[in-house]
Design a protein around this ligand. Structure first.
Ligand code: NIG
Ligand code: FE
Length: 397
């Protein structure tokens, strides 16, 4: 079946079309133009919002959505003044989510992820990157990645990009010999994950209480040689050289960046590493924003993502991240939209989405908003008329 969508504003790659329309055949956009020019076929389903705005479906390029359980105790402790790194040292944080993943069956993990991605879809998100990183041993990481793969096969879900994040934390039982943990990841588990086609990217958390540049380099270089892309968590709490590593590896993305020098902003931009901004996390942690102006001046591509996780970014809402990126980071509404569409898709290596153009995948969000500028204003809950992913129509939540 084909689909005809009309809107007061169609935010196309070539520019905004006022009183525009888009035609979809199967899972592709086949025409974009003024509403009078885009024919309706007898077989068309019609979604028309003459006062609304049509944008690309949103792309959430950094999530830890495959989590289960609850970390409300730790959140309450943090509200009462406890520090995130302190909680992690005491066995909370990532290690707490790891225990919940260990206790869950693969089916429970998949069901929880599926429900979560369904809610994300109903907020306009049509592609989601999902990391492992709460397994932290061979079986646990595989269980997460297999749950992600299972959910990814469901056509009712947003498109899923799986990322292997074994270097999220050293599991407590391996703290005595962290080098052996990193070696296991690099030499044994990662090649098996790559061979099974369970990840498109490999991520590493490089920070003072996480992994060193040398540890991450070993694993990420191996990832490159296995044909996988790399992305990094960098400078969330301290600048320990993660951004320079991301630049030297030609990473797809370096994310967080609260602690980033102007020289490293230049290096990221020069190496065409996307700058992943995660304003929900820095808001939750009460941190100052990354050096957005330095990144902008350097010409870095800014991506905005939810970082959805049960610790530092307890949200499923990319629109909320956009609202915060505007209000707390000073991004313009246009930078927010690009950061969650074109630039996000590019950082995931997906050239067929993130922009409305003929031939692109039919991933669209039809907003009950009179302008795309309004997307960042209703604090994480911009109203939707419909979401289209791969040509399939889903009603909003
Ligand atoms: O992106 N920084 C490391 N990882 C996550 C936090 C994960 C967690 O607390 O469970 C982040 O903020
Ligand atoms: Fe993260």
């Amino acid at each position: 079946m084909s689909l005809w969508l009309g809107a007061g504003r169609v935010v196309a790659e070539a520019g905004v079309v006022v009183d525009g329309a888009v035609r979809v055949e199967g899972d592709r956009i086949v025409a974009i133009g003024a509403r009078r020019e885009i024919e309706r076929q007898p077989s068309d389903r019609v979604l028309d919002a003459p006062q609304g705005t049509l944008t690309p479906g949103l792309v959430d390029a950094h999530t830890h959505a495959a989590w289960i359980g609850s970390r409300h105790d730790e959140y309450a402790a943090r509200l009462a003044g406890a520090d995130y790194e302190e909680i992690a040292r005491m066995g909370g944080g990532i290690a707490a989510s790891r225990r919940a993943v260990q206790a869950a069956s693969a089916d429970e993990l998949a069901a929880t992820l599926s429900a979560r991605l369904g809610r994300m879809l109903r907020q306009g998100v049509t592609t989601v990157e999902v990391k492992s990183g709460y397994g932290l041993d061979e079986a646990g990481e595989r269980k997460q990645l297999e749950a992600i793969a299972e959910v990814a096969r469901d056509p009712a879900m947003p498109a899923v990009v799986p990322t292997y994040l074994a270097l999220h934390a050293v599991p407590p039982e391996r703290r005595g010999d962290r080098a052996a943990y990193v070696r296991d990841v690099e030499a044994r588990w990662l090649p098996a994950v790559a061979a099974a086609g369970l990840a498109r990217f490999v991520d590493a958390y490089v920070d003072r209480a996480a992994f060193t540049v040398d540890e991450a380099r070993a694993v990420l270089s191996r990832a490159r040689s296995l044909g996988l892309g790399v992305r990094l968590h960098v400078g969330q709490f301290a600048d320990v050289g993660g951004a320079a590593l991301a630049a030297s590896l030609g990473a797809a993305s370096a994310d967080h960046l609260e602690h980033l020098s102007a020289a490293d902003a230049d290096a990221l931009a020069a190496a065409e590493v996307s700058a992943g901004l995660l304003p929900v996390a820095s808001f939750t942690l009460g941190q100052a924003p990354p050096p957005v102006e330095a990144l902008r001046r350097a010409g870095a591509r800014l991506v905005v993502a939810s970082d959805a996780n049960p610790g530092t970014a307890p949200t499923e809402s990319l629109p909320l991240a956009l609202s915060l990126a505007a209000r707390a980071y000073g991004l313009t509404p246009r930078e927010c939209l690009d950061g969650a569409t074109t630039h996000a898709a590019r950082s995931l290596g997906l050239s067929d989405r993130g922009a409305l153009r003929v031939g692109a995948r039919a991933d669209l969000a039809l907003w009950a908003l009179s302008s795309e500028v309004a997307l960042v204003q209703p604090w994480g809950a911009p109203p939707l008329v419909a979401v289209v992913h791969g040509g399939r129509v889903t009603a909003p939540g």
